[in-house]
Design a protein around this ligand. Structure first.
Ligand SMILES: Cc1cc2nc3c(=O)[nH]c(=O)nc-3n(C[C@H](O)[C@H](O)[C@H](O)COP(=O)(O)OP(=O)(O)OC[C@H]3O[C@@H](n4cnc5c(N)ncnc54)[C@H](O)[C@@H]3O)c2cc1C
Length: 284
């Protein structure tokens, strides 16, 4: 995308062309990438009309990835199921009724827990109740999926990507062109929105101070500010992917107690939510 002056002269090229950005490649920016060996299956799912569809659902499935449902309308949700390539290839080929059965099983199946993890979680829950903190033992039930919109099913490869430079002379990268993360935390779009808000503000400052929009000093300010925000988020999501990819008991214990503690400690939960939604950043 080009930002042009009144004289039709290009003053800034925005590389907002996604993970395989041609702009990034043409600029020769160094790009660190790795493949998760996971595919993301997306589909639009039909829910019962009387289901109160206001909550986003995410479930970690032992050995079959993460399944997330995002409310669209009263009777429709958008699904992202990220799973290993072999499993994804099977899911994408299933007839609709079997695909829907697989989703319902993934949402509802009760997986056996290790005795140690179960005991530790119960003990933690008793402690939480003793101190009168919010307990996570009261669970809401997920929706029962009725069907899948025709032609809405598709799959995409998932990977990690980081451009060591977001800017060059007269060029700025935003969104997946600059950073690509696993969708397990639903953060890809938020990071891109954050880039745009930051770049918009800094370009405004450049113009206000009489500089050109493509002034590298200002663009570098954008790069520094966004990398300070984006890189830690990428590392957290990458860490979560590996934490949840293992069924090694100490790691299962760590993530189970971590989730319970986050739920019980409201200030911690609020802090994580505001970081993840980007609200804290956007409001400043
Ligand atoms: C399966 C899957 C599920 C996801 N789920 C979530 C989620 O739940 N929540 C979330 O926040 N994020 C999610 N993401 C990540 C999210 O989709 C991306 O972070 C977001 O789309 C990035 O936006 P973007 O505009 O930077 O890039 P893109 O959405 O990739 O858009 C780039 C655009 O540039 C166009 N383009 C590319 N090359 C050229 C060219 N040479 N000339 C002209 N146009 C070009 C493309 O056609 C495209 O329209 C998911 C990603 C995947 C793969």
């Amino acid at each position: 995308m080009f930002l042009k002056s009144y004289q039709n002269e290009i003053i800034l090229t925005l590389g907002c062309d996604g993970a395989n950005s041609l702009v990034r490649k043409s600029m020769g920016f160094h790009h660190i990438s790795s493949n998760y060996n996971h595919m993301g299956i997306v589909a639009t799912l039909k829910l019962p009309q009387d289901f109160d569809n206001v909550v986003a659902w995410q479930r970690h499935l032992p050995n079959s990835g993460f399944l997330a449902l995002l409310p669209l309308t009263e009777g429709l949700s958008s699904m992202v199921w990220s799973t290993n390539v072999e499993h994804a290839k099977k899911l994408i080929k299933l007839p609709e009724n079997e695909f829907v059965d697989a989703i319902n099983e993934a949402l509802w199946k009760v997986y056996p827990k290790s005795g140690l993890v179960d005991q530790a979680m119960r003990t933690f829950d008793n402690l939480v109740r003793f101190f009168d903190l919010p307990s996570s033992s009261v669970t809401q039930l997920p929706p029962k999926i009725l069907g899948c919109d025709i032609n809405s099913r598709a799959m995409f490869p998932l990977g990690l990507g980081h451009a060591t430079n977001y800017v060059g002379k007269g060029v700025a990268l935003v969104g997946d062109a600059a950073h690509r993360i696993h969708p397990l935390a639903g953060q890809g779009v938020n990071l891109g929105f954050g880039d745009i808000i930051c770049l918009n503000r800094i370009l405004g400052e450049a113009v206000y101070s009489g500089s050109k929009m493509g002034n590298l000093l200002y663009l570098k300010e954008y790069e520094t500010e966004r990398q300070k925000h984006n890189v830690p988020m990428m590392l957290v999501v990458h860490g979560l992917f590996h934490l949840y990819s293992s069924e090694f008991t100490p790691l299962v214990l760590l993530r189970s107690l971590g989730l319970q503690a986050t739920h019980a400690l409201s200030p911690l939960k609020k802090l994580l939510l505001s970081r993840a939604s980007g609200l804290r950043y956007w409001e400043t």
